[in-house]
Ligand binder design. Structure first.
Ligand code: KG4
Ligand code: ZN
Length: 386
């Protein structure tokens, strides 16, 4: 098989990223410019600001990725870019730049689904470690700020196919982390802060009712059986808006607003608050709430994913996306998958959150299959993975 050096570009949300990957198996360079500082004052991503920051960062980020890889525009074999899902205006910055490069250089252009990228982050790093023997069927949980999706992944020659067997009905798990952190004045993004604070609280202090998900049966009635309306195979859907509301109620009934506002003020005066700063401004009740929240989310993710793995008799489990960086989530999946005798793989923390190495890796099978994008392709904000 031909070696190919692919330049990947990612701009779907709040990270401008570029990377060079060799043949989907060796990370040569990986540059990520985060926009956290831009969006932090708003407690979430502001789409217009995201596009503006991508415009500012895209050229230097790509140049740096090429320089660190000791490559030039001319020496890479193809340009890959995220087509969707994501923020339309943000995606267009990466796509327009990738098209201009591909056109000017006469190189093939490859359009990649961001979610497929998250799955290929795992494959890239496993291949890099020398692990080329992947047992199918593979079940992949993609758990990020925008998605909580379960896919059965299969490979036929160079091409990959995905079947969605579960997704969130409302908020994604990462979104729940971000919204709860915002509510408790713990800054943005919420996942990394809650991850670091949770070990200081009691994860059993606050009980949350499990999410009730209604499934429509063939006669159009609702019941609680997890059955797909189109076939009789089980589905494994998630729901995380209820827990967010439960936290809001807890905050109100325990009169925590005063403390939260004091924390907002205090942390607002610290340019880059560290763990000690957060701990200094969190009482036991807050730490217990945060720890209990994280445990509830992690247990739900692991419980449903492992039930899906058993129902579909899978041989391998992938857990990827920003929330896969979470320490408790990794430990829980490792423990519970081991009990089921199921090998579980995660990307490194660096490749769990958004990056362009995953885009370049996912593009390699398409490069081999000459599955190139036409020059007139556009961003697909709601792109589905199939
Ligand atoms: O994959 P990603 O970088 O972007 C999307 O595609 O959405 O994921 C970002 C999400 C955010 O919601 C962030 O709070 C969450 O991943 N996240 C974490 C951790 N690191 C990032 N959630 C829990 N624990 C973490 N350590
Ligand atoms: Zn992502």
């Amino acid at each position: 098989m031909a070696d190919a050096y692919i330049l990947g570009i990612e701009s779907s949300c709040d990270e401008t990223a570029a990377a060079v990957v060799r043949s989907g198996e060796q990370l040569i360079s990986n540059v990520v410019a985060s926009q956290i500082a831009t969006h932090q004052p708003y407690g979430g991503v502001v789409p217009e600001l995201a596009s503006r920051e991508h415009l500012r960062a895209i050229v230097p980020v790509v140049r740096q990725a090429l320089a660190e890889a000791r490559h030039s525009y001319e020496s890479v074999d193809a340009i890959a870019v995220t087509q969707g899902p994501g923020l339309a205006g943000a995606l267009l910055v990466g796509i327009s730049y990738a098209k201009a490069l591909a056109f000017a250089l006469g190189k093939p252009l490859i359009a990649v689904n961001h979610l497929e990228g998250h799955i290929h982050a795992v494959l890239l790093e496993e291949r890099q470690k020398g692990n080329h023997d992947l047992q199918f069927p593979v079940l992949a949980l993609v758990v990020s700020g925008g998605h909580t999706h379960l896919y059965l992944a299969s490979q036929n020659a160079d091409s990959w196919a995905y079947e969605n067997i579960g997704h969130t009905r409302d908020d994604a798990a990462g979104e729940a982390f971000d919204k709860v952190a915002k509510l408790l004045a713990l800054g943005y993004p919420g996942g990394p802060v809650i991850d670091r604070l949770a070990p200081y609280g009691d994860p059993y202090a606050v009980k949350f009712p499990p999410a009730q998900i209604k499934h429509r049966d063939r006669r159009g009635r609702h019941d609680n059986r997890a059955v797909d309306p189109h076939d009789e195979r089980p589905r494994f859907d998630f729901s995380y808006s209820g827990i967010k509301t439960a936290i809001l109620r807890y905050v109100e009934s325990h009169e925590m607003h005063g403390l939260i506002e004091a924390r907002r003020k205090a942390l607002g005066n610290i340019p880059k608050p560290g763990l000690e700063d957060y701990l200094a401004h969190c009482d036991k009740q807050t730490l217990d709430l945060v720890a209990s929240f994280q445990r509830a989310i992690v247990e739900d993710l692991a419980g449903k994913t492992l039930a899906a793995a058993e129902a579909h008799n899978v041989a391998t489990l992938f857990v990827t996306g920003g929330v896969a960086a979470n320490a408790e989530l990794r430990a829980t999946f490792e423990r519970e998958a081991a009990q089921q005798g199921l090998p579980v793989f995660f990307p490194s923390r660096k490749l769990s959150t958004d990056n362009a190495a995953m885009v370049a890796a996912a593009a390699y099978p398409k490069y081999l299959a000459k599955d190139f994008a036409p020059m007139d392709f556009s961003a697909e904000a709601g792109m589905v993975l199939k």
